[in-house]
Design a protein around this ligand. Structure first.
Ligand SMILES: Cc1cc2nc3c(=O)[nH]c(=O)nc-3n(C[C@H](O)[C@H](O)[C@H](O)COP(=O)(O)O)c2cc1C
Length: 219
């Protein structure tokens, strides 16, 4: 058994998604004490924003015409792809920023997609592998709220992880994380507390389930 964990938050130790990912990982770890974990934290160590265009440019020139920057980009993309392909299970901790997906996650996905194995028409080496996607948003964008539909990250993430890469994806969403930070949201304190507790319980269950699904995938 092995785990790949991707954190994206720019909020360091205050990250809600990383805290939920910790709970998932703890429960998974209880069933696999010695299993390896490969971690990548894009909030702490972002990928170079220019690498994706350099990797894409290689598709329009023969290898002997590639620049050193383009070769580096291909090596980086292949190493990122290797990390997920080698894993038996995955955790993605991916917040909502500015109504959309974090630029760090977009850069990572774009680069991984340049690897022929991981491209939309590629081999689909992640097919059936279990994964947990944890997201968090400061507000609440569900049906009936004024901003219903303003989260433009979750749909895209589902498309990539579930539909393009064919992962067996479980999704956990935590809302109202800005309560306690933004005084304008104080009236939602009780709801936010219940939401947090529910999200933590779901994350623990997702961790146990991840281990079970990984066992089933490997058997
Ligand atoms: C730069 C920035 C932009 C944000 N944009 C939004 C937003 O558009 N909608 C929202 O509901 N919350 C927004 N938030 C709040 C985050 O979604 C919230 O803090 C969430 O818990 C972030 O996850 P993290 O704690 O793991 O980083 C934003 C936070 C930051 C720092």
């Amino acid at each position: 058994m092995s785990l790949f964990r991707l954190d994206i938050s720019i909020l360091g130790t205050r990250s809600s998604t990383s805290a939920l990912a910790d709970l998932v990982e703890q429960e998974w770890r209880a069933t696999a004490p010695d299993a390896p974990v490969v971690r990548r934290h894009l909030g702490e160590a972002p990928l170079p924003a220019t690498a994706w265009a350099a990797a894409v440019a290689t598709q329009f020139a023969p290898p002997d015409r590639h620049t050193p920057e383009q070769r580096d980009a291909l090596v980086l993309a292949a190493s990122l792809a290797d990390e997920v392909i080698a894993a038996d299970a995955m955790i993605f901790a991916a917040p909502l920023y500015n109504f959309g997906v974090s630029q760090h996650l977009k850069t990572w996905v774009d680069l991984v997609l340049t690897d022929p194995r991981m491209a939309p028409g590629g081999e689909k080496p992640l097919t059936g592998k279990p994964a947990v996607l944890l997201t968090a948003r400061g507000g609440a964008y569900g049906p009936g709220t004024p901003r219903d539909g303003w989260d433009h990250a979750i749909g895209w993430m589902r498309r990539i992880f579930s539909d393009v890469w064919k992962l067996e994806l479980a999704v956990m969403e935590r809302e109202l994380t800005l309560v306690g930070i933004d005084p304008a949201m104080d009236r939602f304190t009780e709801l936010a507390s219940r939401t947090r507790i529910a999200a933590e319980e779901q994350a623990r269950a997702a961790g146990r389930n991840l281990a079970l699904r990984e066992g089933a995938f490997l058997s």
